[in-house]
Design a protein around this ligand. Sequence first.
Ligand SMILES: [Zn+2]
Length: 436
Amino acid sequence: MHPLCQDLNEMSVSPVTYRARWIFPITRPPIRDGWVTVVGDRILALSAGDRLPEQVPVVDLGERAILPGLINAHTHLEFSHLTRPLGFSGIPLEDWVVEVIRERQRADVDRSRSIRQGAEEARSNGTRLICEIATLPWPGVCGDLAPEIIAMGEVLGLSEARASERLAAAAEHLRSVHGLSGIVGGLSPHSPYSTSMETLRRSVEIAARSGVGVAMHIAESEAERELIERGRGPLAERLIEMGVWRPDCFGPGTPNLLDRLSLLAQAPYALIIHGHDLRQAEIDRICQHPNMTLVYCPRTQAFFGHVPRGFDAAWRRGGRIALGTDSRASNPDLSIWAELCWLWTHRSELDWRAILRMGTVAGADAVRRADLGRIEPGGLGGLIAVDGAAVNPEGLVARWIESGPPEALTPLGKSAAGDLASALPSVCPTTPDQES
Ligand SMILES: [Zn+2]
């Protein structure tokens, strides 16, 4: 075993100070030649210079930058076994949905294993918290999962009977995850084309009563707006083919997207997923309300060939925007770091620091977790390390785009002494001695 690892293992959850060329607290400017002291996953202190906490072992990371663990504000872990997205690049949403339903019906997939695999993949890419859309009954319940998961039980169904059955399942889901370590419940009324207004209302009521958040796919395509406002178009045809069409749910005189957003705002918090087809009044409603956050999944929107009009409008408006990967059914992996790199590459005209905030503090604030997504004393942000070899922060982005995934310095999940040991190999190279 590497001597340093041995020492740290013996310290268990004793304090450790990490020194690095750069520290990115996110909520304040980057610190050059800084240090951060942690115990387990709890951040005790951070600053710059040579006045380090006394009697605390120091790990000098050299030319590295320390960031908080990343927040994935939207995914579906059940598809983590997929090796490539379903369908093809540019596939219409209504055709892709059919592929998803077919994939969900496969009997040869171990859903629990997929969820674990996806959570592990996210952790290995520096993710501290995942907002998961949980198909019910959710087989991913497991106390030792890391990162932390907000498992938002999916509610969908246009018919009264189907919706009631799903709402009961969602209420049971909230009870079943209550008190589990590292897992919090939530609700996800799926989308305007699959969930009636009444079901949305009841979902928000349950969420408000239970003190949990909601997530809803909104304005995912032009076809969705055509369905809601005119009661026709390709999504209407698909619903008729599937035998679930309800004419009273869609078309002139029925609730519009603003009505749905007003309902969602009554939940403790609401994640508005995708929103590429949102109009200015709808963006304004989201950005004005402290409970609502737009969640942008850059590579998924690119997969569908969607121009991210909603994201651009929310960006100009200065609204809170968090990042999601969506699932492997529309994305090649579950790495928020890769989403950040994609944006730094494809949207280089945007402020790179604001992009970094989308993958960290914005996601944490969206789900009311002031202890995550930032490096602040008392927080649980999780620490990750990336390339820090630049004389100023601006010089780092080009290096990050070229470098590999972040390394975990502290546990990227609920605190446990065992997690500290599992984080060590990323600080000290694993030796055969360690594996024996
Ligand atoms: Zn989704």
